[in-house]
Design a binder for this molecule. Structure first.
Ligand SMILES: [Zn+2]
Length: 421
């Protein structure tokens, strides 16, 4: 089946079987090996399975430059965040890596991917930060991440040679873009609206999804539903205090297990991605990735992918006004806030309710502190079954806490593992 993704290109798939990989390794004279970071490993998987279609590898200098200056790849395809392989000049020298080489990338002590190096180059990290994040302030987590990049970049294509084996509960939620598209067509979904999250759901999130479902479903017939919600969780590096990954996935899934969403209109999966907190630019990248997953719509709430006060809360909406509609195969759904109104006595939408002075916003921070004390939040804030699931995952995966602790970060079971080739 031919699946068309971003840039109207066929969904990329660059994966070799272990047998093909071993054959190829034999043919390479003096195989050079590089051990990669977890970020680069995640991005190799994204490239190889087509989450980043049309990219077939890490960017060369002209792509990075155009992404910074024009928000496109060098061929004019919309793209908003550079995908970069960083390495030290010293390692390049020591290993004698040169343009034209095919090197072996190693991860978790196993052969992981082939990297055909087309280009070795340097690019100013400050310039990337200024253009993509709109700041060079080192307090911005995206700037901090870029700062930690090594001094030299490699561009070229990636071929995965080791299929990641996802540990429970991730295995149940792992779908490549091709697998997801197959799933959508089995479900009979004509429209799919993506909900991006790194949270366990409170009722505000639930209403956000419901509102977006109505928007996406629009003029379609309703006797037989053809619109689905894809909860697309971001799984990447964790910091102390974040919800543990397992709680995010299992609690989102719990919403349809308990019927808060019909089973036939809601599903959960995840994308491996290290958030840059690039606000509007990151909103565009999220839209690109979800269009590759086969989604037709993407919801954007307040301050999407933002951090601190670096972006206006609705910058991530307005950036879609700057791009031609034809440059994306997915439509943004712009959403204001859902809150509780004591006059309406219900969760309501800030675009509808007129009792603005009575609004009670959902505070993620407040809900977290209630959960931290192992107290069940009020039903209006969080479904009781979700709270129970949080506590269950805390015991099962979180060393007693639903939030990442030093212990969890050091001893958690990895999201995926590799087998020796
Ligand atoms: Zn009201």
């Amino acid at each position: 089946m031919k699946y068309i993704g971003h840039g109207n290109k066929e969904i990329v798939e660059r994966v070799l079987s272990p047998i093909e990989a071993k054959e190829k390794i034999k043919k390479i004279k003096e195989l050079k090996e590089v051990v990669i970071s977890s970020r680069i490993a995640r991005e190799c998987i994204d490239i190889a399975y087509g989450f980043f279609t049309p990219l077939e590898g890490f960017m060369g200098k002209e792509d990075v430059n155009q992404v910074c200056k024009k928000m496109t790849l060098k061929d004019g395809t919309l793209w908003s965040i550079p995908i970069i392989f960083d390495i030290t000049q010293q390692e390049i020298k020591e290993k004698g890596i040169k343009e034209g080489d095919t090197i072996l990338l190693r991860y978790q002590d196993s052969p992981f991917a082939f990297f055909e190096i087309e280009e070795i180059f340097k690019y100013s990290k400050e310039e990337i930060a200024q253009n993509i994040l709109g700041t060079t302030d080192t307090k911005h987590p995206g700037v901090k991440m870029l700062d930690a990049f090594k001094d030299t970049f490699l561009g070229g294509t990636i071929t995965l040679i080791n299929t990641p084996q996802f540990n429970p509960p991730f295995d149940k939620f792992w779908y490549t873009p091709r697998q997801l598209r197959k799933k959508f067509s089995q479900k009979g979904w004509k429209r799919i609206v993506a909900h991006q999250t790194r949270n366990v759901p409170h009722t505000g999130h639930e209403w956000l999804m419901k509102g977006a479902w109505f928007s996406a479903n629009g003029d379609l017939p309703v006797e037989k539903l053809q619109t689905g919600i894809l909860v697309s969780c971001i799984i990447g590096p964790k910091r102390v205090g974040d919800y543990i990954d397992e709680a995010i996935l299992l609690c989102q899934h719990k919403l349809h297990q308990e019927g808060y969403f019909r089973d036939d209109i809601h599903m959960v999966s995840f994308v491996l991605w290290d958030m840059r907190y690039a606000g509007p630019k990151e909103a565009i990248l999220h839209a690109i990735i979800r269009s590759n997953l086969g989604c037709t719509h993407h919801m954007f709430g307040r301050d999407h992918a933002g951090v601190g006060s670096y972006y206006d809360p609705y910058d991530a909406h307005r950036i879609f006004d700057q791009i031609p509609l034809s440059s994306l195969n997915i439509k943004p759904i712009r959403i204001l806030e859902w809150w509780y109104c004591p006059i309406c006595q219900e969760v309501t939408y800030s675009g509808l309710c007129g009792h603005i002075e009575h609004q009670q916003k959902f505070s993620g921070t407040m809900i977290r502190s209630i959960i931290q004390d192992k107290v069940q939040p009020a039903r209006l804030l969080m479904r009781p079954e979700v709270f129970e699931k949080i506590m269950e995952t805390a015991e099962h995966y979180g060393f007693g806490s639903p939030f990442c602790s030093e212990e969890y970060l050091a001893q958690r079971q990895p999201v995926f593992e590799l087998s020796p080739l």
